[in-house]
Design a protein around this ligand. Structure first.
Ligand code: EPU
Length: 338
């Protein structure tokens, strides 16, 4: 096994934080993963996938396992549906493009999300009216201690808004090795009700969008609003959109009648954190190399050489100000590695 020492992780995390890993191994097969987990000379292992949902605040003194297991296969097929199994290390957006080339529908709204297939179930990635759980069939994962390969069904994953069993009951216990999706071959169910998509399709002069049109619309919206991690370091939404009770919501909306919101259920209302942060005066603000994106206040950015702690300090300032102004507690969506 080609274990490297003192490897900079700057290009392995989309925030572009320049910390080092004491030991680093690119894992290319499931068997290699099993063997690497057994290496007792490195008692600490740290699993790294696309590095698109983490904030590294210090050097990692562990064996970093970079999951690069590739492969896409068709598991089962009918006239209407296809079950596709993609290995964990497949780049998410390239996988979406591959499904579109085959004419398969279901994940076009999730175009251009950074990261890899293997981590997509952990936070149930979602955008523009679609969540991973809508197309998820099952995933395979290796237990970090017993090395057993286990299948998790959709029910077992217990998906919620940016949430799953992998963030709760079995947190850090398993490494996902593959995900199986159910996609449509015909009669695609196109979802364009998310406002921004409709506007974009209109701009493009499209009335009956195909799955490819929707993907193109989503790519255009994301490119317009969200910073490209290859140019400005970021991890997408830094916070979750807070969900508050009806009682709290009634008081909030009376005070801030212009605030956007979504009704989640009779007693739950979601307020866009981006709006709260913008109102709190942080949009486009910069503190050294740490900043709040100019076009989407929910995204914190590293302009060049910010440290993880500088980004973290900025996030704390934002939390404090939002709590003081709106009495709403923001929760971090990104994984903070302390
Ligand atoms: N808004 C502002 N100011 C801002 C940003 C947003 O007022 O700076 C307002 C917008 O005007 C709009 C509302 O907030 O009324 C919602 O904004 P947007 O459509 O941009 O979506 P979001 O709720 O901020 C969520 C996801 C994104 C996903 C988009 C589109 C979370 C935490 N974020 O953002 O996901 O792309 O919806 O579906 O749920 C990610 O998770 O990394 C991510 C980018």
């Amino acid at each position: 096994m080609n274990i490297q020492q003192n490897v900079s992780l700057k290009s392995y995390n989309t925030f572009g934080i320049g910390v080092n890993a004491s030991h680093f191994l690119k894992v290319e097969t499931v068997l290699q993963l099993q063997k690497a987990l057994q290496l007792s000379v490195y008692p600490e292992k740290f699993v790294l996938s696309g590095g698109s949902n983490m904030l590294l605040t210090k050097d990692i003194s562990a064996l970093v396992l970079q999951i690069a297991i590739k492969g896409i296969s068709i598991e089962k097929e009918t006239n209407e549906f296809v079950h596709i199994k993609a290995m964990a290390g497949e780049n998410w957006h390239n996988f979406v493009l591959w499904t579109l080339e085959q004419g398969y529908g279901g994940i076009e709204n999730l175009s251009l999300i950074p990261g890899c297939v293997g981590t997509s179930p952990i936070q149930n990635i979602g955008a523009y009216g679609v969540e991973l759980k809508d197309v998820f069939v099952a995933c395979e994962a290796m237990h970090r201690e017993t090395l057993e390969l286990v299948e998790f069904s959709k029910e077992e994953c217990n998906f919620g808004y940016r949430d799953s069993i992998f963030k709760n009951k079995v947190k850090n216990k398993y490494i996902i090795t593959s995900v199986t999706f159910q996609l449509t071959k015909t009669n695609h169910i196109t979802r364009t009700d998310y406002g921004a998509i409709e506007n974009q399709l209109m701009k493009m002069g499209i009335h009956n969008p195909t799955i490819n049109d929707i993907s193109e619309a989503v790519i255009a919206i994301r490119q317009e609003k969200l910073p490209d991690p290859a140019i400005i370091g970021n991890s997408g939404s830094f916070f979750k959109n807070p969900v508050i009770t009806k009682k709290k919501f009634d008081a909030f909306i009376k005070k801030f009648p212009k605030a956007p919101f979504y009704e989640v259920s009779e007693n739950e209302f979601k307020i866009p954190a981006g709006w709260l942060i913008e109102q709190a005066g942080f949009k486009g603000k910069r503190f050294g190399d740490a900043g709040v994106h100019t076009k989407q206040a929910l995204v914190l950015v590293n302009y060049a050489n910010a440290t993880g702690n500088e980004i973290l300090d900025l996030s704390e300032k934002i939390k404090t100000e939002v709590k003081a102004r709106f009495n709403i507690k923001l929760e971090t969506e990104v994984n903070i590695i302390r």
